[in-house]
Design a protein around this ligand. Structure first.
Ligand SMILES: *Cc1c(COP(=O)(O)O)cnc(C)c1O
Length: 361
């Protein structure tokens, strides 16, 4: 069996070094005699894991002091509702940019809380590009503007942070957090499920600017989803997903050892360029997304003859290239090439694609 490369969109591949370390520490974390899974989340040992987790994320993303970091439950999907419930305050409107399946879900959830203004949408072109900033219809009375920097299913990604003046910018970075350098100070809230680019499933990180805390609606919002109450309790109002926190912490230490986000961004650029070049050079494979808006993390592609899809997937699997089936909303294939996917994995995929084309094209 050749080496396995897992292209799953999420939960997704983790750095091998991280899994090996977790394995080595599974039964006895650093001489404590117990697994991290078995520790009190209030004890000194877990406290040190939690402190490193927060400090390392702050360092890696250069998160300014006036932002709090929360690790909550309920996923990014929960935040689709908890963001309006926490930060609308006395406002009644919010702006959303619709660039794909995840934006659509965020919009649908927000509608239970406020008037949603869809300021721009690429639905008409099947979410294959990002609407030109000049065409956005922004309402200055809105509490915030929400967008999805990387659409995991449609494979479109903002290459720059949109300019929205004084409006609070909220971003669902579930599938590209830590993959490229960003200026956190441009955002009111950044949130991301951990299971794509940060670790296993089980937590959502919410990075929230201090002035947005303390505006939560007073009825109907459970305390565990109230930012102010979770900030006061260090995200431990209920028992946190402690083993997930530990694994995310290991991923962050691994990322620091790779040279941090800037170094990872350079690798991600090379990986994506290599895969898109292979797709574009061939008439056997294609990617529908506007070149300027292509995702570096999730690369959907289709075969010119979709009757070969099954053969492609089973031959790929035989080569150890797993989870390449595209999302049902888009069809075809999708290669998710997050931080933890080594360059060698992309090289193996590109070589396989060329071979498959030779024998079936
Ligand atoms: C996967 C994903 C989600 C959903 O995350 P959950 O943690 O499962 O709720 C939301 N937004 C984006 C962009 C995603 O990729």
């Amino acid at each position: 069996m050749s080496k396995i490369y897992n292209f799953s969109a999420g939960p997704s591949t983790l750095p091998e070094a991280v899994l090996k370390q977790a394995q080595a520490e599974m039964l006895d974390w650093q001489g404590s005699g117990v697994s991290v899974m078995e520790m009190s989340h209030r004890g000194a040992e877990f406290m040190s894991i939690a402190k490193d987790l927060h400090d390392d994320l702050r360092e890696l993303m250069a998160i300014p002091d006036n932002y709090k970091i929360l690790f909550l439950q309920g996923g990014a999907t929960g935040q689709f509702s908890f963001i309006p419930a926490n930060i609308l305050g006395d406002k009644t409107k919010a702006c959303y940019i619709n660039t794909g399946a995840w934006s659509e879900k965020a919009i649908k959830s927000a509608k239970s809380y406020c008037d949603v203004i869809v300021s721009a949408s690429s639905e008409d072109n099947k979410f294959t590009s990002i609407p030109d900033r000049a065409s956005w219809n922004i309402d200055e009375e809105a509490a915030y503007l929400h967008y999805t920097p990387n659409e995991t299913i449609h494979g479109v990604e903002f290459q720059t942070i949109p300019e929205v003046g004084d409006l609070t910018l909220v971003a669902d970075m579930s599938s590209n957090i830590l993959s490229r350098e960003i200026d956190v100070s441009k955002f009111g809230i950044i949130y991301a499920g951990t299971q794509k680019n940060m670790g296993p499933a089980g937590a959502v990180v919410v990075i929230v600017r201090e002035d947005l805390i303390g505006k939560a609606q007073t009825t109907g919002l459970p305390d565990i989803f109230n930012y102010e109450k979770q900030v006061k309790n260090d995200s431990m109002l209920n028992t946190p997903a402690s083993y997930t926190w530990y694994l995310v912490g290991l991923v962050l230490k691994w990322l620091k050892a790779q040279g941090g986000v800037a170094a990872m961004e350079a690798i991600n650029q090379r990986k994506a360029a290599k895969l898109y070049a292979a797709i574009d050079q061939s008439s056997f494979y294609s990617n529908p997304v506007a070149v300027a808006d292509r995702s570096r993390m999730n690369v959907p592609f289709v075969l010119a003859d979709d009757s070969l899809d099954k053969a492609f997937l089973s031959a790929a699997k035989e080569k150890g290239l797993l989870a390449l089936k595209g999302h049902r909303a888009v069809g075809g294939m999708r290669a998710s090439i997050y931080n933890a996917m080594p360059e060698a994995g992309v090289t193996a995929l590109v070589e396989f694609m060329a071979d498959f084309e030779k024998t079936h094209g």
